[in-house]
Design a binder for this molecule. Structure first.
Ligand code: NAG
Ligand code: NAG
Ligand code: NAG
Ligand code: NAG
Ligand code: NAG
Length: 457
Protein backbone atom coordinates (compact mmCIF):
# COMPACT_ATOMS: atom_id res chain seq x y z
CA UNK A 1 0.00 0.00 0.00
CA UNK A 2 2.94 2.17 0.62
CA UNK A 3 3.61 5.36 -1.26
CA UNK A 4 6.96 6.90 -0.46
CA UNK A 5 7.50 10.26 -2.10
CA UNK A 6 11.21 10.68 -1.71
CA UNK A 7 11.45 14.07 -3.39
CA UNK A 8 8.81 15.74 -1.24
CA UNK A 9 10.27 14.03 1.79
CA UNK A 10 13.60 15.75 1.25
CA UNK A 11 11.95 19.15 0.90
CA UNK A 12 9.97 18.40 4.03
CA UNK A 13 13.10 17.55 5.97
CA UNK A 14 14.81 20.76 4.90
CA UNK A 15 11.78 22.78 5.93
CA UNK A 16 11.56 20.76 9.12
CA UNK A 17 14.83 22.22 10.29
CA UNK A 18 13.76 25.73 9.42
CA UNK A 19 10.29 25.99 10.97
CA UNK A 20 9.70 23.75 13.99
CA UNK A 21 6.53 25.45 15.26
CA UNK A 22 2.83 25.24 15.75
CA UNK A 23 0.20 26.86 13.56
CA UNK A 24 -0.93 30.37 14.46
CA UNK A 25 -3.47 32.06 12.24
CA UNK A 26 -2.12 35.54 12.94
CA UNK A 27 1.35 34.67 11.76
CA UNK A 28 0.55 32.93 8.52
CA UNK A 29 -0.07 34.09 5.04
CA UNK A 30 0.44 32.00 1.95
CA UNK A 31 2.18 29.32 3.91
CA UNK A 32 3.96 26.68 1.84
CA UNK A 33 2.24 23.29 1.85
CA UNK A 34 5.71 21.87 2.54
CA UNK A 35 6.14 23.76 5.81
CA UNK A 36 5.78 21.36 8.73
CA UNK A 37 4.01 22.33 11.93
CA UNK A 38 4.12 20.34 15.14
CA UNK A 39 1.37 19.34 17.53
CA UNK A 40 1.93 17.98 21.02
CA UNK A 41 -0.04 14.74 21.06
CA UNK A 42 -1.02 12.42 23.92
CA UNK A 43 0.82 9.11 23.67
CA UNK A 44 -1.87 6.89 25.18
CA UNK A 45 -5.45 8.09 24.78
CA UNK A 46 -6.82 5.22 26.80
CA UNK A 47 -4.85 5.48 30.04
CA UNK A 48 -5.25 8.80 31.80
CA UNK A 49 -2.43 7.98 34.18
CA UNK A 50 -0.02 8.02 31.28
CA UNK A 51 0.84 11.68 30.74
CA UNK A 52 3.51 11.18 28.06
CA UNK A 53 3.26 13.04 24.79
CA UNK A 54 5.05 13.18 21.44
CA UNK A 55 5.37 15.64 18.56
CA UNK A 56 3.13 14.97 15.62
CA UNK A 57 3.81 16.66 12.29
CA UNK A 58 1.16 18.36 10.17
CA UNK A 59 0.96 20.47 7.04
CA UNK A 60 -1.59 22.89 5.64
CA UNK A 61 -2.61 24.07 2.19
CA UNK A 62 -4.43 27.37 2.61
CA UNK A 63 -4.32 28.50 -1.03
CA UNK A 64 -8.10 28.23 -1.41
CA UNK A 65 -9.04 29.36 2.07
CA UNK A 66 -10.24 32.85 2.86
CA UNK A 67 -9.13 33.70 6.39
CA UNK A 68 -11.57 36.62 6.57
CA UNK A 69 -14.73 34.85 5.53
CA UNK A 70 -13.75 31.39 6.66
CA UNK A 71 -14.70 28.11 5.09
CA UNK A 72 -14.75 24.37 5.72
CA UNK A 73 -11.78 22.26 6.76
CA UNK A 74 -10.73 19.19 4.80
CA UNK A 75 -8.79 16.88 7.08
CA UNK A 76 -6.74 14.71 4.73
CA UNK A 77 -5.88 11.58 6.70
CA UNK A 78 -2.53 9.85 6.31
CA UNK A 79 -1.68 6.23 6.76
CA UNK A 80 1.34 4.00 6.77
CA UNK A 81 4.09 6.26 5.51
CA UNK A 82 5.93 9.53 5.91
CA UNK A 83 4.22 12.74 4.84
CA UNK A 84 6.05 15.73 3.49
CA UNK A 85 3.38 18.17 2.44
CA UNK A 86 -0.31 18.90 2.43
CA UNK A 87 -1.97 17.76 -0.83
CA UNK A 88 -0.93 20.40 -3.36
CA UNK A 89 -0.19 18.73 -6.69
CA UNK A 90 -2.13 19.93 -9.71
CA UNK A 91 -4.79 17.36 -10.55
CA UNK A 92 -4.78 15.77 -7.09
CA UNK A 93 -8.39 14.95 -6.15
CA UNK A 94 -8.08 16.45 -2.67
CA UNK A 95 -6.76 19.71 -4.15
CA UNK A 96 -9.67 19.84 -6.59
CA UNK A 97 -12.14 19.33 -3.75
CA UNK A 98 -10.37 21.97 -1.65
CA UNK A 99 -10.65 24.41 -4.52
CA UNK A 100 -14.32 23.64 -5.14
CA UNK A 101 -15.15 24.15 -1.45
CA UNK A 102 -12.72 27.03 -0.73
CA UNK A 103 -11.53 24.83 2.06
CA UNK A 104 -8.54 24.82 4.35
CA UNK A 105 -6.70 21.53 3.74
CA UNK A 106 -4.85 20.17 6.74
CA UNK A 107 -3.07 16.85 7.06
CA UNK A 108 -1.64 15.11 10.13
CA UNK A 109 1.09 12.50 9.86
CA UNK A 110 0.06 9.13 11.34
CA UNK A 111 1.72 8.30 14.64
CA UNK A 112 4.89 6.18 14.35
CA UNK A 113 5.46 7.10 10.69
CA UNK A 114 7.81 9.67 9.22
CA UNK A 115 8.85 12.24 11.81
CA UNK A 116 5.87 11.55 14.07
CA UNK A 117 7.37 8.73 16.01
CA UNK A 118 7.10 8.65 19.81
CA UNK A 119 10.19 6.42 20.13
CA UNK A 120 13.56 6.27 18.41
CA UNK A 121 13.73 2.56 19.19
CA UNK A 122 10.76 0.71 17.69
CA UNK A 123 10.94 -2.39 19.83
CA UNK A 124 7.83 -4.54 19.96
CA UNK A 125 7.14 -3.14 23.43
CA UNK A 126 7.45 0.44 22.18
CA UNK A 127 5.07 -0.26 19.29
CA UNK A 128 2.19 -0.96 21.64
CA UNK A 129 0.63 2.49 21.12
CA UNK A 130 0.47 1.99 17.36
CA UNK A 131 -3.15 1.22 16.51
CA UNK A 132 -6.01 2.59 14.44
CA UNK A 133 -7.90 3.47 17.64
CA UNK A 134 -5.05 5.62 18.94
CA UNK A 135 -4.63 7.17 15.48
CA UNK A 136 -8.32 8.12 15.28
CA UNK A 137 -8.12 9.80 18.67
CA UNK A 138 -5.02 11.69 17.50
CA UNK A 139 -7.05 13.00 14.57
CA UNK A 140 -10.03 13.97 16.72
CA UNK A 141 -8.01 15.88 19.29
CA UNK A 142 -5.87 17.52 16.65
CA UNK A 143 -8.65 18.67 14.33
CA UNK A 144 -10.81 20.10 17.11
CA UNK A 145 -7.80 22.09 18.28
CA UNK A 146 -6.98 23.18 14.72
CA UNK A 147 -10.54 24.34 14.09
CA UNK A 148 -10.38 26.40 17.28
CA UNK A 149 -7.27 28.20 15.98
CA UNK A 150 -9.14 29.62 12.99
CA UNK A 151 -11.40 32.53 13.81
CA UNK A 152 -13.93 31.74 11.08
CA UNK A 153 -13.62 28.00 10.48
CA UNK A 154 -16.61 26.09 9.21
CA UNK A 155 -17.36 22.39 9.39
CA UNK A 156 -14.94 19.51 8.98
CA UNK A 157 -14.89 16.67 6.43
CA UNK A 158 -12.30 13.91 6.06
CA UNK A 159 -10.68 12.25 3.05
CA UNK A 160 -8.27 9.34 3.01
CA UNK A 161 -7.07 6.54 0.76
CA UNK A 162 -6.33 2.86 1.40
CA UNK A 163 -5.70 2.28 5.16
CA UNK A 164 -6.28 5.98 5.70
CA UNK A 165 -9.46 5.60 3.60
CA UNK A 166 -10.61 3.14 6.25
CA UNK A 167 -9.60 5.65 8.93
CA UNK A 168 -11.63 8.30 7.09
CA UNK A 169 -14.78 6.12 7.20
CA UNK A 170 -14.13 5.08 10.80
CA UNK A 171 -13.58 8.70 11.82
CA UNK A 172 -17.08 9.62 10.66
CA UNK A 173 -18.57 6.53 12.32
CA UNK A 174 -16.81 7.20 15.61
CA UNK A 175 -16.93 11.04 15.72
CA UNK A 176 -20.08 12.25 13.91
CA UNK A 177 -20.13 15.20 16.34
CA UNK A 178 -16.79 16.39 14.95
CA UNK A 179 -16.95 15.66 11.24
CA UNK A 180 -19.75 16.16 8.73
CA UNK A 181 -18.78 13.50 6.22
CA UNK A 182 -16.11 11.26 4.77
CA UNK A 183 -14.65 10.14 1.49
CA UNK A 184 -13.06 6.72 1.81
CA UNK A 185 -11.03 6.06 -1.32
CA UNK A 186 -10.12 2.36 -1.58
CA UNK A 187 -10.95 2.31 2.13
CA UNK A 188 -10.00 -1.13 3.42
CA UNK A 189 -12.57 -1.20 6.23
CA UNK A 190 -12.84 -4.98 6.24
CA UNK A 191 -9.97 -6.52 8.21
CA UNK A 192 -9.47 -9.87 6.47
CA UNK A 193 -7.10 -12.38 8.08
CA UNK A 194 -6.70 -14.72 5.11
CA UNK A 195 -7.01 -12.38 2.14
CA UNK A 196 -7.02 -15.03 -0.63
CA UNK A 197 -9.39 -12.98 -2.76
CA UNK A 198 -6.58 -10.46 -3.21
CA UNK A 199 -4.57 -12.74 -5.52
CA UNK A 200 -7.77 -13.84 -7.25
CA UNK A 201 -8.65 -10.24 -7.98
CA UNK A 202 -5.14 -9.50 -9.28
CA UNK A 203 -5.68 -12.37 -11.75
CA UNK A 204 -9.12 -11.06 -12.71
CA UNK A 205 -7.89 -7.48 -13.17
CA UNK A 206 -4.78 -8.56 -15.07
CA UNK A 207 -6.95 -10.44 -17.56
CA UNK A 208 -6.57 -14.00 -18.79
CA UNK A 209 -3.48 -13.62 -20.96
CA UNK A 210 -1.55 -11.56 -18.46
CA UNK A 211 -2.42 -13.79 -15.52
CA UNK A 212 -1.31 -16.84 -17.50
CA UNK A 213 1.96 -15.08 -18.25
CA UNK A 214 2.38 -14.20 -14.56
CA UNK A 215 1.79 -17.85 -13.61
CA UNK A 216 4.53 -18.88 -16.06
CA UNK A 217 6.89 -16.38 -14.46
CA UNK A 218 6.19 -17.72 -10.96
CA UNK A 219 6.63 -21.31 -12.12
CA UNK A 220 9.92 -20.59 -13.90
CA UNK A 221 11.31 -18.72 -10.89
CA UNK A 222 10.13 -21.40 -8.46
CA UNK A 223 11.99 -24.07 -10.43
CA UNK A 224 15.24 -22.13 -10.11
CA UNK A 225 14.79 -21.27 -6.43
CA UNK A 226 13.76 -24.75 -5.37
CA UNK A 227 16.71 -26.21 -7.28
CA UNK A 228 18.87 -24.32 -4.76
CA UNK A 229 22.60 -23.69 -5.02
CA UNK A 230 23.85 -21.78 -8.04
CA UNK A 231 20.47 -21.81 -9.81
CA UNK A 232 18.92 -20.06 -6.81
CA UNK A 233 21.78 -17.55 -6.58
CA UNK A 234 21.60 -16.81 -10.28
CA UNK A 235 17.89 -16.07 -10.39
CA UNK A 236 18.14 -13.85 -7.31
CA UNK A 237 20.96 -11.99 -9.05
CA UNK A 238 18.81 -11.46 -12.14
CA UNK A 239 16.21 -9.81 -9.92
CA UNK A 240 18.88 -7.95 -7.90
CA UNK A 241 17.26 -9.55 -4.88
CA UNK A 242 20.19 -11.35 -3.28
CA UNK A 243 19.29 -9.71 0.03
CA UNK A 244 16.20 -11.94 0.22
CA UNK A 245 17.86 -14.99 1.71
CA UNK A 246 14.60 -16.30 3.15
CA UNK A 247 12.69 -17.85 0.25
CA UNK A 248 9.32 -16.98 1.76
CA UNK A 249 10.36 -13.30 1.77
CA UNK A 250 11.61 -13.68 -1.81
CA UNK A 251 8.35 -15.13 -3.11
CA UNK A 252 6.26 -12.57 -1.26
CA UNK A 253 8.35 -9.80 -2.80
CA UNK A 254 7.99 -11.40 -6.26
CA UNK A 255 4.22 -11.60 -5.78
CA UNK A 256 3.95 -8.02 -4.55
CA UNK A 257 5.72 -6.71 -7.61
CA UNK A 258 3.01 -8.33 -9.74
CA UNK A 259 0.14 -7.32 -7.49
CA UNK A 260 1.26 -3.73 -7.05
CA UNK A 261 1.78 -3.43 -10.80
CA UNK A 262 -1.94 -4.08 -11.20
CA UNK A 263 -2.94 -2.24 -8.02
CA UNK A 264 -1.19 1.00 -8.99
CA UNK A 265 -2.18 1.07 -12.64
CA UNK A 266 1.02 -0.24 -14.29
CA UNK A 267 -1.08 -2.83 -16.06
CA UNK A 268 0.19 -2.03 -19.54
CA UNK A 269 3.88 -1.85 -18.60
CA UNK A 270 3.61 -5.10 -16.67
CA UNK A 271 1.46 -7.14 -19.01
CA UNK A 272 2.26 -6.13 -22.58
CA UNK A 273 5.90 -7.31 -22.65
CA UNK A 274 5.04 -10.50 -20.75
CA UNK A 275 2.22 -11.47 -23.09
CA UNK A 276 4.47 -10.83 -26.04
CA UNK A 277 7.23 -12.98 -24.53
CA UNK A 278 4.74 -15.75 -23.74
CA UNK A 279 3.43 -15.77 -27.29
CA UNK A 280 6.88 -15.71 -28.86
CA UNK A 281 8.72 -18.17 -26.64
CA UNK A 282 10.59 -15.28 -25.05
CA UNK A 283 12.42 -15.44 -21.75
CA UNK A 284 9.76 -14.94 -19.07
CA UNK A 285 12.23 -14.41 -16.23
CA UNK A 286 14.28 -11.67 -17.87
CA UNK A 287 11.19 -9.93 -19.27
CA UNK A 288 9.67 -9.87 -15.81
CA UNK A 289 12.88 -8.85 -14.03
CA UNK A 290 13.14 -5.92 -16.42
CA UNK A 291 9.70 -4.70 -15.33
CA UNK A 292 10.42 -5.41 -11.67
CA UNK A 293 13.70 -3.53 -11.63
CA UNK A 294 12.91 -0.69 -14.04
CA UNK A 295 9.25 0.05 -13.46
CA UNK A 296 8.11 -1.25 -10.10
CA UNK A 297 11.47 -1.02 -8.30
CA UNK A 298 11.91 2.62 -9.31
CA UNK A 299 8.87 3.93 -7.51
CA UNK A 300 7.41 1.32 -5.20
CA UNK A 301 9.47 -1.48 -3.76
CA UNK A 302 13.00 -2.55 -3.02
CA UNK A 303 13.88 -6.15 -2.15
CA UNK A 304 15.57 -5.15 1.13
CA UNK A 305 12.33 -3.84 2.63
CA UNK A 306 10.81 -7.29 2.28
CA UNK A 307 13.49 -9.10 4.23
CA UNK A 308 12.88 -10.33 7.75
CA UNK A 309 16.24 -8.88 8.81
CA UNK A 310 15.32 -5.39 7.56
CA UNK A 311 12.03 -5.48 9.42
CA UNK A 312 13.68 -6.71 12.62
CA UNK A 313 15.74 -3.50 12.72
CA UNK A 314 14.21 -1.39 15.51
CA UNK A 315 15.99 1.90 14.76
CA UNK A 316 13.43 4.53 13.80
CA UNK A 317 14.13 6.03 10.39
CA UNK A 318 11.71 8.63 8.94
CA UNK A 319 11.99 7.03 5.51
CA UNK A 320 11.18 3.48 6.66
CA UNK A 321 7.66 2.26 7.28
CA UNK A 322 7.71 -1.50 6.81
CA UNK A 323 8.28 -2.57 10.39
CA UNK A 324 5.43 -0.33 11.59
CA UNK A 325 2.97 -1.48 8.94
CA UNK A 326 3.81 -5.12 9.55
CA UNK A 327 3.13 -4.46 13.22
CA UNK A 328 -0.31 -3.09 12.39
CA UNK A 329 -1.16 -6.06 10.19
CA UNK A 330 0.30 -8.70 12.54
CA UNK A 331 -1.30 -7.12 15.63
CA UNK A 332 -4.71 -6.15 14.26
CA UNK A 333 -5.56 -5.79 10.61
CA UNK A 334 -4.35 -8.94 8.83
CA UNK A 335 -4.89 -8.59 5.05
CA UNK A 336 -2.46 -11.50 4.56
CA UNK A 337 -2.44 -12.19 0.85
CA UNK A 338 -1.92 -15.92 0.63
CA UNK A 339 -1.90 -18.06 -2.52
CA UNK A 340 -5.27 -19.51 -3.61
CA UNK A 341 -5.28 -23.30 -3.87
CA UNK A 342 -5.94 -23.17 -7.60
CA UNK A 343 -5.24 -20.58 -10.26
CA UNK A 344 -2.79 -18.74 -8.04
CA UNK A 345 -0.50 -16.16 -9.55
CA UNK A 346 1.80 -16.14 -6.54
CA UNK A 347 3.88 -19.05 -5.32
CA UNK A 348 2.24 -21.47 -2.88
CA UNK A 349 5.17 -20.62 -0.60
CA UNK A 350 3.27 -17.42 0.17
CA UNK A 351 0.82 -19.12 2.50
CA UNK A 352 -0.55 -18.51 5.99
CA UNK A 353 2.35 -20.42 7.53
CA UNK A 354 4.72 -17.92 5.92
CA UNK A 355 2.81 -14.95 7.35
CA UNK A 356 2.47 -16.43 10.81
CA UNK A 357 6.16 -17.28 10.96
CA UNK A 358 7.06 -13.87 9.59
CA UNK A 359 5.07 -12.00 12.25
CA UNK A 360 6.72 -14.07 14.94
CA UNK A 361 10.23 -13.63 13.56
CA UNK A 362 9.95 -9.88 13.02
CA UNK A 363 8.48 -9.07 16.44
CA UNK A 364 9.98 -11.86 18.51
CA UNK A 365 6.65 -12.87 20.03
CA UNK A 366 3.76 -14.89 18.56
CA UNK A 367 1.92 -11.82 17.29
CA UNK A 368 -1.20 -12.73 15.32
CA UNK A 369 -4.29 -10.58 14.72
CA UNK A 370 -7.89 -11.06 15.77
CA UNK A 371 -9.52 -9.52 12.70
CA UNK A 372 -12.99 -10.59 13.80
CA UNK A 373 -12.60 -8.33 16.82
CA UNK A 374 -11.58 -5.42 14.58
CA UNK A 375 -14.63 -5.97 12.38
CA UNK A 376 -16.99 -6.19 15.35
CA UNK A 377 -15.46 -2.95 16.61
CA UNK A 378 -15.87 -0.94 13.38
CA UNK A 379 -18.47 -2.93 11.40
CA UNK A 380 -16.30 -4.52 8.71
CA UNK A 381 -17.66 -3.72 5.26
CA UNK A 382 -21.15 -3.37 6.69
CA UNK A 383 -20.58 -0.01 8.33
CA UNK A 384 -23.40 1.78 10.11
CA UNK A 385 -22.38 5.30 9.18
CA UNK A 386 -23.89 8.25 7.38
CA UNK A 387 -22.38 10.74 4.94
CA UNK A 388 -19.68 8.36 3.73
CA UNK A 389 -18.72 7.85 0.09
CA UNK A 390 -16.73 4.72 -0.69
CA UNK A 391 -14.78 4.84 -3.95
CA UNK A 392 -12.78 2.00 -5.49
CA UNK A 393 -10.69 1.42 -8.60
CA UNK A 394 -11.86 -1.28 -10.99
CA UNK A 395 -8.39 -2.89 -11.20
CA UNK A 396 -7.59 -2.60 -7.50
CA UNK A 397 -7.39 -5.91 -5.59
CA UNK A 398 -7.76 -3.96 -2.33
CA UNK A 399 -11.36 -3.27 -3.37
CA UNK A 400 -12.08 -6.76 -1.98
CA UNK A 401 -11.56 -5.35 1.54
CA UNK A 402 -13.65 -2.24 0.93
CA UNK A 403 -17.34 -1.44 0.58
CA UNK A 404 -18.22 -2.35 -3.00
CA UNK A 405 -22.02 -2.21 -2.79
CA UNK A 406 -24.00 0.87 -1.86
CA UNK A 407 -25.25 0.27 1.68
CA UNK A 408 -27.76 3.14 1.87
CA UNK A 409 -28.38 6.60 0.41
CA UNK A 410 -25.89 8.04 2.86
CA UNK A 411 -23.28 5.31 2.40
CA UNK A 412 -22.84 5.03 -1.34
CA UNK A 413 -20.21 3.05 -3.18
CA UNK A 414 -18.91 3.94 -6.63
CA UNK A 415 -16.41 2.22 -8.86
CA UNK A 416 -13.86 4.22 -10.83
CA UNK A 417 -13.64 2.15 -13.97
CA UNK A 418 -10.92 1.98 -16.62
CA UNK A 419 -7.85 0.13 -17.78
CA UNK A 420 -5.14 1.13 -15.23
CA UNK A 421 -7.71 2.49 -12.72
CA UNK A 422 -6.05 1.26 -9.56
CA UNK A 423 -5.68 2.00 -5.87
CA UNK A 424 -7.02 5.43 -4.73
CA UNK A 425 -7.23 6.57 -8.36
CA UNK A 426 -9.92 9.20 -7.70
CA UNK A 427 -7.78 11.18 -5.26
CA UNK A 428 -4.38 10.72 -6.91
CA UNK A 429 -3.04 13.29 -9.35
CA UNK A 430 -2.73 10.64 -12.07
CA UNK A 431 -2.63 6.93 -12.84
CA UNK A 432 1.09 6.07 -12.83
CA UNK A 433 0.57 3.92 -15.91
CA UNK A 434 -1.82 6.43 -17.50
CA UNK A 435 -5.58 6.09 -16.95
CA UNK A 436 -7.02 4.79 -20.19
CA UNK A 437 -10.11 6.22 -21.86
CA UNK A 438 -12.96 5.78 -21.44
CA UNK A 439 -13.03 6.34 -17.72
CA UNK A 440 -15.45 7.89 -15.25
CA UNK A 441 -12.94 9.71 -13.03
CA UNK A 442 -14.50 13.12 -13.76
CA UNK A 443 -17.98 11.83 -12.86
CA UNK A 444 -16.77 10.28 -9.59
CA UNK A 445 -15.02 13.51 -8.66
CA UNK A 446 -18.13 15.53 -9.51
CA UNK A 447 -20.19 13.24 -7.29
CA UNK A 448 -17.60 13.63 -4.51
CA UNK A 449 -17.85 17.42 -4.69
CA UNK A 450 -21.65 17.30 -4.77
CA UNK A 451 -21.75 15.10 -1.68
CA UNK A 452 -19.11 17.12 0.18
CA UNK A 453 -21.15 20.28 -0.48
CA UNK A 454 -24.34 18.68 0.76
CA UNK A 455 -22.67 17.36 3.93
CA UNK A 456 -21.24 20.81 4.64
CA UNK A 457 -24.44 22.74 3.96
C1 NAG B 1 12.83 -3.06 -20.23
O1 NAG B 1 11.85 -2.19 -19.66
C2 NAG B 1 11.85 -0.91 -20.23
C3 NAG B 1 10.89 -0.05 -19.40
O2 NAG B 1 9.61 -0.61 -19.34
C4 NAG B 1 11.47 -1.01 -21.70
O3 NAG B 1 11.47 0.26 -22.29
C5 NAG B 1 12.48 -1.93 -22.40
O4 NAG B 1 12.06 -2.16 -23.72
C6 NAG B 1 12.58 -3.28 -21.69
N1 NAG B 1 13.65 -4.08 -22.25
C7 NAG B 1 13.53 -5.36 -22.56
C8 NAG B 1 14.74 -6.04 -23.07
O5 NAG B 1 12.48 -5.98 -22.39
C1 NAG C 1 19.04 -0.27 11.04
O1 NAG C 1 18.38 0.87 10.52
C2 NAG C 1 19.13 2.08 10.67
C3 NAG C 1 18.22 3.22 10.23
O2 NAG C 1 17.80 3.06 8.91
C4 NAG C 1 20.41 1.96 9.86
O3 NAG C 1 21.17 3.15 10.00
C5 NAG C 1 21.20 0.77 10.35
O4 NAG C 1 22.34 0.57 9.52
C6 NAG C 1 20.36 -0.50 10.33
N1 NAG C 1 21.07 -1.58 10.97
C7 NAG C 1 21.39 -2.70 10.33
C8 NAG C 1 22.09 -3.73 11.13
O5 NAG C 1 21.10 -2.91 9.16
C1 NAG D 1 4.10 -22.73 2.97
O1 NAG D 1 5.15 -21.77 3.01
C2 NAG D 1 6.30 -22.23 3.67
C3 NAG D 1 7.25 -21.05 3.82
O2 NAG D 1 7.21 -20.19 2.72
C4 NAG D 1 6.89 -23.40 2.89
O3 NAG D 1 8.03 -23.90 3.54
C5 NAG D 1 5.85 -24.51 2.77
O4 NAG D 1 6.33 -25.53 1.94
C6 NAG D 1 4.56 -23.95 2.17
N1 NAG D 1 3.50 -24.96 2.20
C7 NAG D 1 2.84 -25.32 1.09
C8 NAG D 1 1.77 -26.33 1.28
O5 NAG D 1 3.09 -24.83 0.00
C1 NAG E 1 -18.70 -7.23 1.89
O1 NAG E 1 -17.81 -8.26 1.50
C2 NAG E 1 -18.45 -9.42 1.01
C3 NAG E 1 -17.42 -10.48 0.79
O2 NAG E 1 -16.38 -10.01 -0.01
C4 NAG E 1 -19.21 -9.05 -0.28
O3 NAG E 1 -19.89 -10.19 -0.76
C5 NAG E 1 -20.21 -7.95 0.04
O4 NAG E 1 -20.83 -7.52 -1.16
C6 NAG E 1 -19.51 -6.77 0.67
N1 NAG E 1 -20.50 -5.80 1.12
C7 NAG E 1 -20.45 -4.54 0.76
C8 NAG E 1 -21.50 -3.66 1.34
O5 NAG E 1 -19.62 -4.08 0.00
C1 NAG F 1 -20.69 0.46 -6.90
C2 NAG F 1 -20.15 -0.59 -7.82
O1 NAG F 1 -19.92 -0.36 -8.99
N1 NAG F 1 -19.94 -1.77 -7.28
C3 NAG F 1 -19.42 -2.90 -8.02
C4 NAG F 1 -18.11 -3.30 -7.44
O2 NAG F 1 -17.62 -4.48 -8.03
C5 NAG F 1 -18.47 -5.58 -7.88
C6 NAG F 1 -17.81 -6.73 -8.59
O3 NAG F 1 -16.61 -7.03 -8.01
C7 NAG F 1 -19.84 -5.32 -8.48
O4 NAG F 1 -20.68 -6.40 -8.18
C8 NAG F 1 -20.41 -4.04 -7.90
O5 NAG F 1 -21.58 -3.70 -8.54
Amino acid sequence: MKVLLVFTLIIGLINGLAYPKNFNEEQVSNISPYTPFWFSQTLDHFDDENTESFSQRYFINDQFYDYTNGGPIILYINGEGPVSSAPCQTGDGVVLYGQALNAMIVTLEHRYYGESTPFQDLTTENLKYLSSEQALNDLAIFVVWFQSQLSNAGKIVTIGGSYSGALSAWFRIKYPHITSGSIASSGVVNAILQFTTFDEYVAYAAGEDCSNALRLVTKAVEEQILAGGSAEQKVKQIFQAESLTDNGDFFYWLADSMAEGIQYGFHSQLCSPLIEAMNNNGDMISTYSNYTINVWGQSLGTPEEYSTVWQQNTTADPAKADRQWWFQTCAALGYFQDAPLSGSIRSSMVNMTYFKTHCQQVFGIPLWPNTAAVNIHYGGNNTAGTNILYTNGSQDPWSRASVIQTISDSQQSVMVTCENCGHCVDIRASCPGGCAQPNNIAQVRALSIKLLESWLS
